[in-house]
Design a protein around this ligand. Structure first.
Ligand SMILES: Cc1cc2nc3c(=O)[nH]c(=O)nc-3n(C[C@H](O)[C@H](O)[C@H](O)COP(=O)(O)OP(=O)(O)OC[C@H]3O[C@@H](n4cnc5c(N)ncnc54)[C@H](O)[C@@H]3O)c2cc1C
Length: 430
């Protein structure tokens, strides 16, 4: 490496980081450069399809993108970033075997995503399930199948109902998709079980505010509620959970519900590393950035994706979605290339492809080009748009094949890996 090599390090290889690196590889082709992407895993999760992996519509491996195939020339380091020394411009990361490595940078891109917010609810950490990683999807799939097996062993409707009551807390995109997909999956899955009725399934969607999908307009939110309720999802508004036990949970309104599965999707929190850096953050802990995606007050540090608060032209933060993360990643790459070649940077002007959410049972809502669509057409559109975004022809084909098989054949109800941790969590309850 010669002295005039520009070293760019991207921390986090999700939608924002991975697409930033891809664009940098193209834009810096004529410049002497070195790009390093540091990510905990050697793949990234295509989250819009994660719930389909959790409910057997898709093979779980097909919703992760292998980063080594996705990148062209950039160096990929699979390690956990421990610290950043802003003064000496170095990053320290540890491999899964505890080996520490140090990397020097000229430009640093922070694309570390977000974590699920875990408030101080008794029992939350011990008994609730998350829905963020491929591991979460596999665990939830096994859990749902395990609950069907348990319910099948019980003769009383009350007992079967307790095994098949699933509560989803938080009705943003993730919670709404989880409620819709699990409701459809569990109801269909009752068919091969001789002792379970569809009426033994109860899926509750619990939302603290007065409507679901409250980041979207009221009409969309009402339409989504109507579809979910028609399919049997029980929506509880202005409500939350105050305690989770092994085989029940308590609602803030005082009711106790027998259930073994609470899925927590109520809000996100910034990645812990940000709290250790001397960088400007907003009152929620996300990086404060300028319109060109630079972290405020830092010429060579960039913040993109869920971990950053990037202002729109009205100075409101862009929402934390995959679509935004992807466009922020590309724009940061363009701006880094501009800085390196002495050109001015530009603000991000987000171009929306519309908003969409899957509601389970081949239903979705979509707001595209000013049209509000609901039902099977919206679902078809949802699938087409995300299949279009999914990188790589091989992966697109795998996903399309899974979907086609799912249209004609029943889903697979064999468990993959009921983990020891999961068994410990359950004990011999009920
Ligand atoms: C179940 C689910 C469904 C969703 N559905 C949609 C949808 O339909 N449409 C939509 O637009 N958005 C959706 N989202 C939101 C979307 O996934 C996020 O907005 C998007 O992933 C943000 O991209 P990102 O690159 O900022 O973060 P991420 O994609 O989370 O990537 C961050 C990366 O950083 C890595 N990382 C974090 N800390 C470290 C560290 N210390 N060291 C090394 N690596 C680290 C992580 O492992 C991860 O790979 C969904 C999210 C979930 C959970």
């Amino acid at each position: 490496m010669s002295d005039d090599t520009t070293r760019i390090i991207v921390l986090g290889g999700g939608f924002a980081g991975a697409y930033c690196v891809r664009r940098l590889e193209r834009r810096l082709a004529s410049v002497n450069h070195q790009i390093t992407l540091i990510n905990e895993r050697n793949n990234f999760v295509f989250t819009p399809m994660l719930l389909e992996a959790a409910t057997s519509a898709l093979e779980p491996r097909h919703v992760v993108i292998p980063l080594r195939g996705f990148l062209r020339q950039a160096e990929l380091v699979m390690a956990h970033v421990d610290s950043v020394d802003l003064r000496n411009r170095t990053v320290t990361a540890a491999t899964e075997f505890g080996e520490k490595k140090e990397f020097a940078y000229d430009h640093l891109v922070l694309a570390l995503g977000s974590e699920t917010r875990m408030p101080d609810v008794p029992g939350l950490k011990e008994f609730a399930f998350g829905v963020k990683t491929l591991g979460d999807a596999a665990t939830l799939r096994d859990r749902a199948i395990g609950m069907l097996e348990m319910a099948n062993l019980h003769s009383s409707h009350k007992d079967r109902l307790s095994w098949l009551t699933f509560a989803i807390v938080g009705a943003g995109y993730t919670g709404v998709e989880a409620a819709g997909e699990f409701n459809a999956f569990l109801r269909e899955a009752t068919r091969p079980y001789r002792h379970i009725e569809e009426s033994d399934v109860r899926v509750m969607l619990i939302q603290r505010s007065g409507r679901i999908l409250d980041a979207l307009d009221e009409t969309t939110s009402q339409k989504a509620s109507a579809v979910l309720e028609r399919n049997g999802v029980e929506i509880r508004l202005n409500e939350s959970i105050s305690r989770i036990n092994q085989s029940s949970f308590e609602l803030e309104s005082g009711e106790t519900v027998r259930s073994h599965t609470v899925i927590w999707s109520a809000g996100v929190a910034p990645p812990p590393l940000l709290g250790q850096l001397d960088l400007p953050v907003n009152h929620h802990g996300y990086l404060e950035c300028d319109p060109d995606l630079r972290v405020q007050g830092h010429e060579n540090i960039w913040g993109i994706g869920d971990c950053a608060s990037n202002p729109d032209p009205q100075n409101n933060p862009y929402p934390p979605t995959a679509q935004h993360a992807l466009q922020e990643g590309r724009k940061a790459a363009e701006n880094i290339a501009a800085v390196i070649s002495g050109r001015p940077t530009e603000p991000l002007r987000y171009r929306s492809k519309g908003t969409m959410a899957a509601l389970g049972g081949r239903q979705a809502i979509a707001n595209i080009l000013g049209m509000h669509l609901t039902g099977i057409l919206a679902w078809f559109l949802w699938r087409s748009v995300y299949l279009g975004i999914m990188p790589g022809i091989g992966r697109k084909l795998r996903v399309a094949t899974d979907w086609t098989i799912d249209l004609f054949f029943s889903r697979d109800y064999s468990q993959l890996n009921h983990s020891t941790a999961d068994r410990n969590r359950d004990g011999d309850s009920n």
